[in-house]
Design a protein around this ligand. Structure first.
Ligand code: SF4
Length: 227
């Protein structure tokens, strides 16, 4: 049987988010043809787009980007919503989401950690890079949050009307540990691990057919929908 990585070719951000939710979910979707396969040629074009972005005249600015490259033996293509550059390096990666709850999930940071690690491996990350998650209850609130959070000379956590921004300093050791854990599945070193919990399974599209589903159970493990 082909390994997950042989099926995926390049592991994209939507696969990573599903994996952080539950590996059984990403495995079923992958084997059911549920993801658009990114060809190596497309991935190379995305990587060149990033290189062009960083070759632009120095100055602090924002830009959408897809981070493409290798970490822990896997080729990743992950798209943070924004990048903050300083000179020819990325100084901050931003995930910006509209959520009425204003919740920040570990999976938000997981995605940014992977993107940062890929950039770090290519020598494109600032030494004290910051990972930033901004959530807004509406498009307008999110836009205000992005503007206010990134307006000053330093990226910092803030709370405003209808939005919230939280930050972490990039830690290479943490990012490597995460990439190593995720890559074990992609490389076929271990089977996908189900992560049943009442809250997670009740929102999972596979709940009706999954033998591990805890949907409908009360109490027990869980509470957070993400890692
Ligand atoms: S129902 Fe629960 S255990 Fe099964 S794939 Fe979904 S989240 Fe994972």
């Amino acid at each position: 049987m082909p390994s997950p990585l042989e099926l995926a070719g390049v592991v994209t951000g939507s696969m990573v988010l599903d994996q952080l939710y539950c590996e059984l979910l990403v495995d079923r979707r992958l084997r059911g043809g549920g993801y658009r396969r990114l060809s190596p040629g497309e991935a190379r074009r995305l990587a060149r787009a990033l290189a062009r972005l960083l070759e632009a005249p120095p100055g602090r600015r924002l830009a959408g980007l897809t981070v493409v490259g290798e970490a822990a033996g896997v080729y990743w293509a992950v798209s943070p919503d924004l990048a903050v550059t300083r000179g020819d390096r990325v100084a901050g990666l931003v995930r910006a989401r509209i959520r009425r709850s204003l919740r920040v999930y570990e999976s938000d940071y997981g995605l940014l950690q992977l993107a940062a690690l890929v950039l770090d491996n290519q020598g494109l990350l600032d030494d004290d890079a910051v990972l930033l998650v901004i959530v807004g209850e509406s498009r307008e609130a999110l836009a205000r949050g992005i503007e206010e959070t990134l307006a000053g000379p330093r990226i910092r956590p803030l709370i405003g009307r209808g939005w919230r921004a939280s930050t972490r300093v990039y830690d290479r050791g943490e990012a490597e540990a995460l990439a190593g854990r995720l890559s074990g599945y992609w490389l076929g070193a271990r089977p996908p691990e189900p992560r049943p919990s009442p809250s997670r399974c009740s929102r999972c599209p596979l709940a009706g057919e999954c033998p591990y589903s805890a949907a409908g159970h009360s109490g027990g493990a869980g509470g957070s929908a993400y890692i």
